[in-house]
Design a binder for this molecule. Sequence first.
Ligand SMILES: *Cc1c(COP(=O)(O)O)cnc(C)c1O
Length: 375
Amino acid sequence: MQFVDLAAQQRRIRGKIEENIRVVLDHGSYVMGPEMKELEARLAEYAGVRHALACASGTDALLLALMAYGIGPGDAVFTTPFTFIATAEAIGLLGATPVFVDIDAKTFNIDPEKLDEAITALMSRDPRPLNPKGIIAVDLFGLPADYDRIGSIAQKHGLFVMEDAAQSFGAEYKGRRACSLGHVSCTSFFPAKPLGCYGDGGMCFTDDDHLSHLIESLRMHGIGNDRYDNVRLGINGRMDTLQAAIVLAKFEIFPEEVVLRNEVAARYSELLATRSSLSGPFIPEGSRSVFAQYSILAESGPHRAAIQAKLKEAGVPTAIYYPKPLHLQGAFASLDYKVGAFPVSEECASRIFSLPMHPYLEFPDQERIVETFRR
Ligand SMILES: *Cc1c(COP(=O)(O)O)cnc(C)c1O
């Protein structure tokens, strides 16, 4: 059994993928080709935003968006410690300081109440050690964070909101699509994400014309009016035309895959509710997850280890996202956070695990999985 079955997806669209690749080989415009522009237009429309800027990875998308805001040394950006390293890495790489805020125990996303407290605490220190600039909320496992509350907190304190939608392209929050929920949103097309390419790719989304203009320049070495006019320092952060051609082929079946993912998740949750002591992920009223991961909490660390061992024996792969919260990572040792600083994140890191999840998972396999770990 596969944790993510990309081969099953490829069987459906192999012809279209090969055709799209052939078109790129024929026109030979491998960088900034027409497929990249077409993908930007299609995904901007799907997300419901004015601008989409394709880039080389989800990490570059985050980096470019922060660069567009001019984030640098002395700045504070608030985010969650219960995410993939890239979220906070982008902040740190620019010399700014990630300020971590604990998560909500049910959604695994940043806790708006604690966010407000953390911002207020930093703002009221005299002298202020850092300049609070923005918030990066993460839509963990494909479930959007609580943007209504995050947005009003941000507005109150004069901060920008970035959406790390690397796992949530295709999700919904109160009638709006993921990638439209922050002032700027960033997604990833890493192969295992809900909408993936066959390599690395990412995209920034925004309604802000000025930010869009800056990101477009920054992804191409700070380009000005022509290729050899450089008006700011940027990076080589473009997306390959071939990767765009592949995402275009996959996007044709993506809306259907979002429905299939939700059906798979609903079947898991039903099986868990009726045949186990564990429960499926909590999805708030008005939200739709894309279930980039189907993650649940075991009763304890040893309970998790026992479940994973039983599943492994039965040939079922599992994964742990994430075993170590970012505030305890060596990369952020200089921030001097201690064990116990974010108890909810630490508790989740010790108990969480993810089951195989993809649109083509079948009921008998799901039944077998839940039966295995029930014993
Ligand atoms: C995957 C991921 C990223 C980084 O995306 P890449 O395309 O791998 O660079 C950033 N944030 C989160 C939450 C992710 O899951």
